[in-house]
Design a protein around this ligand. Structure first.
Ligand SMILES: Nc1ncnc2c1ncn2[C@@H]1O[C@H](COP(=O)(O)OP(=O)(O)OP(=O)(O)O)[C@@H](O)[C@H]1O
Ligand SMILES: [Mg+2]
Length: 420
């Protein structure tokens, strides 16, 4: 199996598209028979260009597949159980394709590691070890990996396909406004925190490995592939696919010096990526990769206010802490870094105050309590009308009582007088 884009010297437009289509293996037997029958009946044109156009229009093949078939390149359009639909991009490690898993009817991104790298057995062994860890990652800010394999010497990794744009591509349209970038970095730090918690260090955090989807959700790319650079002692990355390694611009000093790295190295890289994305300039500039590496080992970054004079001091402090030379001067972990970044854009969203010491459980929730009214004494039934009058009209009751006394007194006096 060959990498889909390797040109062959004998490439030429085929006289008949059907054998190439058959060899490509991108359509099932029934679909091929149907196309043949339509060509025979004259419903489909037989000329290769016209037939390819028609198949694209009827969504039986993609424009990318058509282009390759017309160039006579039938090979490489099927990788393992995946049919290549389109080419997405390429980098120092290989090429990324949009692909389709037929049985699961799932569109994925498939990264084929450059053959120069995949032929290094040390790299392959490292890849296989790392993919076991990558398979465990499950976080909204990390691109999910579904599958990884080596089929006929083609080493590939299959990922969730994210409709969006990498920040590397975004930068080509100009710098990213600081508040937007700080939000992306806070999300990226959460994704990194998840990977770090699984014992993985990214080692290659850079704008092209940070994807932003249509809802502005960030997804970290290429986790588990950073170690391949280290396993590649033959330095084929520098030449793979003819593209020079660009990662030195975001590399931490300890990584550049070949020391052991932990999650704090990724924080340094995230800071460098943020700096570059907000300013369009490198934090550690220099004429050559060696100059730029040397600069981060011997000098602090160029103050960001040289590029953005009104850059807020609080944000500058966070950025400086991310890019501190010594790992112990950076945030202790990516979760802390994410919180510091979030606090810049949502300053009032403070951490909740520590919970007070445990107290007895509150009584079950009730309707807001009404002002307490003492329960009425239990009077005999005959006295209740009087009691009610005493409560409601005390003056009237007093007058009635006095009148009753006066009447009783007068009646007594009258009886006494008569008896005499
Ligand atoms: N899962 C994915 N979903 C959608 N697009 C992707 C996915 N993975 C990669 N891409 C796209 O493919 C492009 C190429 O990715 P690739 O990782 O090969 O390049 P890179 O990051 O520039 O280089 P490197 O090989 O050093 O990582 C990316 O810029 C991105 O736009
Ligand atoms: Mg990448």
């Amino acid at each position: 199996m060959a990498s889909p884009d390797k040109a062959r010297p004998d490439d030429r437009t085929p006289a008949d598209l059907m054998p190439v289509l058959h060899t490509a293996g991108i359509l099932g037997d029934r679909a091929l028979d149907d196309i043949r029958a339509r060509v025979a009946r004259g419903e489909y044109p037989s000329a290769p260009d016209a037939l390819a156009d028609r198949l694209v229009r009827d969504q039986l093949i993609t424009a990318y597949q058509a282009k390759r078939l017309l160039a006579g390149k039938a090979y490489g359009l099927v990788v393992g159980r995946y049919v290549i639909l389109d080419r997405i991009g390429s980098g120092s490690m290989g090429r990324v394709y949009k692909a389709h898993h037929q049985m699961m009817d799932r569109v994925v991104a498939l990264k084929i590691i450059a053959p120069e790298i995949a032929s290094n057995e040390r790299v392959v062994a490292r890849f296989q070890r790392e993919m076991k860890l990558v398979g465990r990652l499950d976080h909204p800010n990390v691109v999910r990996a579904f599958d990884a394999d080596r089929a006929n010497r083609v080493l590939y990794i299959v990922m969730e396909y994210v409709q969006g744009e990498s920040l590397g591509d975004r930068l080509k349209r100009g710098p990213v406004p600081a508040p937007e970038m700080i939000d992306y970095a806070a999300q990226a730090a959460l994704g990194l925190a998840h990977a770090h918690a699984q014992g993985m260090v990214h080692r290659d955090v850079k704008p092209s490995n940070i994807l932003v989807d249509q809802d502005r959700k960030v997804k970290i790319l290429d986790l588990g592939l950073g170690v391949l650079m280290e396993a590649d002692d033959g330095a084929t990355f520098a030449t793979a696919d003819g593209i020079a390694v660009g990662t030195v611009d975001y590399m931490s000093p300890e990584q550049a010096l070949g020391k052991d790295v932990d999650g704090r190295s990724d924080l340094f890289s995230l800071g460098c990526a943020m700096y570059h994305l907000m300013t369009g300039k490198l934090a550690f500039p220099g004429a050559s990769p060696i100059d730029r590496l040397g600069r981060r080992i011997n000098n602090p970054p160029v103050p960001i206010v040289e590029h953005i004079p009104d850059f807020p001091a609080a944000a500058q402090r966070v950025l400086d802490k991310l890019m501190a030379f010594k790992p112990q001067d950076r945030y202790a972990n990516a979760t802390e870094a994410s919180e510091a970044l979030q606090a810049l854009i949502r300053p009032r969203a403070r951490k909740p105050a520590p919970a007070p010491p445990a107290e007895p459980a509150p009584p079950p929730a009730q309707a807001p309590s009404a002002p307490t009214v003492p329960a009425p004494p239990s009077y005999p039934r005959w006295f209740k009308p009087l009691a009610a009058m005493a409560a409601g009209r005390p003056g009237l009751l007093l007058a009635a009582t006095l009148a009753a006394f006066a009447l009783t007194f007068a009646a007594g006096a009258a009886v006494g007088y008569l008896v005499k």
